[in-house]
Write a protein that binds this ligand. Structure first.
Ligand code: COA
Length: 182
């Protein structure tokens, strides 16, 4: 399996995995009506734009030319984060190949790039009910950092996300706070 930056032709496969993995992973978390309404075409357009702009960076894992999963990352978007804080914006693997190593390979390549770019920590947000993802993140060295949860509404239901963080260089992240710090 190869992990490389996505090219414009990957937008469709990325969108398909995005929708497929949401439906498989979030069936007991997100209302079914909302999951059923997800549009591959909308996501394809969104990912085509991201690939063109390069924000967030998008990596795809390919086996025999077929995209198995993807990971997007960039600067941490949290208010009060530092310039040295990176964030996994999203990671999704095709349900048919869960637990075969694609997610781990995606993270290992992202981590190399994140370190090359000078980041010292990496965070992500996850539904506390997403046990598979939480076990996966623990196995990679991420831990819940105690930050206040985020709440938002999806399909008429209030959902909670919690933050997981890993320190990449063994210390606390440093550097000037972002301009939007409150
Ligand atoms: C969470 C997710 C990204 C993990 O990706 P993945 O490709 O399934 O993860 P991996 O296969 O690399 O690792 C998962 C487990 O499989 C095991 N594994 C890895 N390679 C393996 C192999 N060749 N054969 C069998 N098992 C293997 C790993 O040990 C790991 O187990 P552990 O966590 O107990 O250590 C994926 O399950 C997914 O897309 N979930 C739905 C979307 C989602 O929740 N995304 C996160 C949103 S915050």
């Amino acid at each position: 399996m190869d992990v490389v930056h996505a090219n414009p032709e990957d937008a469709r496969a990325v969108a398909e995995i995005h929708v497929e993995a949401w439906r498989a992973a979030y069936r007991s978390i997100v209302p079914a009506d909302y999951l059923d309404s997800l549009s591959i075409e909308c996501r394809e357009a969104m990912w085509a734009e991201c690939i063109a702009v390069g924000i967030p960076e998008l990596l795809v894992a390919r086996k025999a030319g077929v995209v198995q999963g993807w990971l997007s990352f960039g600067q941490c978007r949290d208010i009060g984060s530092h310039d040295t804080d990176a964030e996994i914006w999203a990671i999704y693997v095709s349900p048919s190949v869960w637990s075969t190593g694609a997610g781990r390979l995606l993270w290992l390549r992202a981590k190399e790039l994140i370190l090359e770019q000078g980041f010292k920590s990496c965070s992500l947000w996850v539904f506390p009910l997403n046990e598979r993802a939480i076990a996966f993140y623990h196995s990679l060295g991420f831990a819940h950092d105690g930050a206040a949860p985020k709440y938002f509404e999806l399909g008429g239901v209030q959902l909670e996300e919690v933050r997981f963080v890993t320190q990449l260089l063994g210390g606390l992240a440093t550097g000037p706070p972002n301009k939007n710090e409150e």
